[in-house]
Design a protein around this ligand. Sequence first.
Ligand SMILES: *[C@@H]1O[C@H](CO)[C@@H](O)[C@H](O)[C@H]1NC(C)=O
Ligand SMILES: *[C@@H]1O[C@H](CO)[C@@H](O)[C@H](O)[C@H]1NC(C)=O
Ligand SMILES: *[C@@H]1O[C@H](CO)[C@@H](O)[C@H](O)[C@H]1NC(C)=O
Length: 495
Amino acid sequence: MTSRTSRAKLVSLLVLVNYAYAAPASTLAATSPVSVVLGGKTYVNKGLVGFGLIASDFRESTGDTLGGIGSAIDIKSGTWKMVNGTYTGTFVVQPDRGFNIDGTIDYQSRIHEIDFTFTPYYGSANLKFADAQQTLKLQYKSTMLTFERNHTKTSGLDPTAIRAAQSGGPAVTFPDPQMPIVSTALPHLTIDAEGLVSNADGSFWISDEYGPYIYRFSADGQLIQTIQPPNAFLPRDSSGVLQFTSETSPATGRSDNQGFEGLTVDHSNQVLYAMLQSATIQDGGDKKSTSRFTRMIAYDISNPSVQPTLVGEWVIPLPLSSKGNTQASSELHFVSPGVFLTLARDGDGRGGDDNNTKYKQADLFSIAGATDIHGTKFDNPANPIATDGKLVSTITPATYVSFVNFVETMGLARFGLHNGSPNDETLIDAKWESLTLAPVGDPAFPDDFFLFTASDNDFISTNGVSLGVPFDAGLDVDNQFLVFRLTLPGALNTL
Ligand SMILES: *[C@@H]1O[C@H](CO)[C@@H](O)[C@H](O)[C@H]1NC(C)=O
Ligand SMILES: *[C@@H]1O[C@H](CO)[C@@H](O)[C@H](O)[C@H]1NC(C)=O
Ligand SMILES: *[C@@H]1O[C@H](CO)[C@@H](O)[C@H](O)[C@H]1NC(C)=O
């Protein structure tokens, strides 16, 4: 991981070399820019500039349908390049726990690599849906499966049992905490993966909803270590016993299916950040009307030979719908020290309950003035930060500002997409769950970055294969990708 700095220098050199080829400064997205101010700095959304998809029935190398990939995306170290205004690179993407409409399955956690060629479209004319897909061309490359201790396959099944904290085996450097496993009969680590950070050395961190835990895997997919968050996050029953299942709500800790959706890293300071999708149960997470005060934690990962240490914890006030319900967070991305992007949304759109989505946004927040509660009484679930959703007066939450609206009508129309009826392939997907940034490299706008996001299509296909068995989910929901161009003052380019 120490090679990050030298690689960052190399990439900035590359960007300098490429400046000569940058698109003319005047070529900005036709949509009117939207500016917001946070911490005295002005951030600008210059609009949608790219769209791509992978068809819902595409099969990956194991024979399974490639789906759910938008749970997390990252750009592989050293692959982002620009020549003559066209960008190429490799996405590392992560599905969650497989096709689970009819219950969880024994889906081995995995990451895929997808090559891309991105030619931003700045014109004002509306592209046809087929032509719009040429702006971000996606080419599936490979799949890597993950293994836990003793080269055992991980599983996506709901965890009904706990493996005692132990060494994990003779060659294990980092002892495991109590681990969520399928059952005593099938003692495999269960993972419902949601966040992903790929490191320069090929290893990667993933965050999960069951634990909610953070796992580090080697470049060849073997479990290296596990981070167990503070007690306040751990799902416990009314007797205080750990209960990792996602089928019922715990008495305290992360709510069911509201685990660590967000994971991101500040490579310059070697700090890893994880955020819960919405409040813990004790903080109001039992109801959508009281679950807005979620928590983000930070770990120092600067020394890969020791267990990461907790160095920060803050409260993030998520946005509310017009009915007063929390727009839960599906992703987190580091921008600059103290400033983050988060993806907050409803569940409507293609593959969702309703055709008409009201909120899908990449918003900004700053923890500059927020209270750091790590290591305080609030890490004990007996001391909620927000009983019934009312934040205690001693805590100042992060400053949250609305920013990039994914469902801006004219922006979507430029790429042949729409919101609301009809429910066809040009309807924007329901479940966007990933964010990643890459520098534009335009000398006229040195703070401009592309924001890439992909949807989790829940493997919904009429021609699917799950664990080798064909299925028909009754609808085709493609894996959609969107690209926005943003001005992010002070954002660090750590690609
Ligand atoms: C970039 O564009 C210039 C001018 O059109 C052309 O001469 C050059 O070959 C292009 N470079 C690449 C790598 O395509
Ligand atoms: C891995 O195998 C070793 C040696 O058989 C055993 O001691 C250890 O408990 C195993 N670990 C797990 C997590 O099953
Ligand atoms: C979604 O659009 C389809 C038409 O494509 C329509 O039949 C359906 O009723 C719409 N659903 C809702 C919830 O409005």
